[in-house]
Design a binder for this molecule. Sequence first.
Ligand SMILES: [Zn+2]
Ligand SMILES: [Zn+2]
Length: 289
Amino acid sequence: MCSNRSREFFRRLSQSIPCFIAWSLLIVLSTIYFLFLSPWLTIHLWKYLTILQGVFLFFVIENFFLATFTDPGRYSRAPPDENDDSETTFHKTVEIHGTQCRMKWCQTCGFYRPPRCSHCSVCDFCIDTFDHHCPWLNNCVGRRNYRYFISFLLSVLIHMLVVLSLSVYYLYKNHENLSDVSSIISIILIVFIVVLIIPIGGLTTFHLMLICRGRTTNEQVTGKFKSNINPFDYGCLFNCSRIFSSSNPPKLLTKKKKSKTSYQIEVSDKKSKSKNGTNKTKHYTMTSV
Ligand SMILES: [Zn+2]
Ligand SMILES: [Zn+2]
C-alpha cells in the first residue's frame, strides 16, 4: 500500500520535471534579460520598451498558466454498475455532416468515446477533442485549453524573437566590451533562444496548419481523415475564429451519471451566430447504427 503510494508520488514527480524546466527557462531567462539588458535598451533605444515587454511577458505567462492548469476536457467515468464488460468489443457509428464517424468503447472509462475524444494514458482520462499530452505543460491539450496552448506558442515565439533581436542589438552596440557581464548575458540569451526557437517555431507552424485544416494532432498523426472527408473542417477562416473566439465549453468532469447508449456532442454551426457574435453550437444526440 505504502510502496504503491510512493511509486505514484515519484511517477507524478517525474512527470512534472519537464514542466518545471519549461517554467524555469521562461522565468529565469526573462528575469536576467530585464535585469541586465532592459535598463540599457530603455535608455538608448525606447523609453517605453520595458513596460511594453513586461505587459507582453505577463500575457505569455498567463497563457502558459491557463494551458497548464485548465481542465482540457476530461470526461467522467461511467459508474461501475453501468460499466458492462460485454460491450467491450463493439464500436458505434454516428453521422456528422454526412460523414460516418466511429466511436470506440473505452474499457477504462466505460463508455463509447465521442468522435475526436481519446483516452490519455498519462492522465488516465478520456479527453474531449484530444490533441496530445504535452509533457512541458504536464497536462493534456484538449478542447478546453487548446486556445491557451496556441496563444502561448504564438506569444512566446514573439517574445523570444524580440529578446533575440534586442540581445543582438546590444552586443553590436557594445562589441568592444565583450567581457562585460551584460554582454555575457546577451550571448547566453542568444544561444538559448537560437536553440529553443527552432522546435518552438516548428511546433507553432505545425499547429497553425492543423487549425487551418480543422484537425487535431491526434487526427493528423493517426491519419484519421486520410480516406474520408473531415466533418470538422469548416474552412480555414472559420476554423481559426472557432479556436480563438468561441466561448469555452463547461467542464465535463462531474459526478452526474452518464448514459452509455446515448449522449450529446456539440458541433459548431458556421451558418448561425449568436447575438454577441460568438459561434453558436448545435447539439447532436448520438445513437448507434
Ligand atoms: Zn477513457
Ligand atoms: Zn494527458
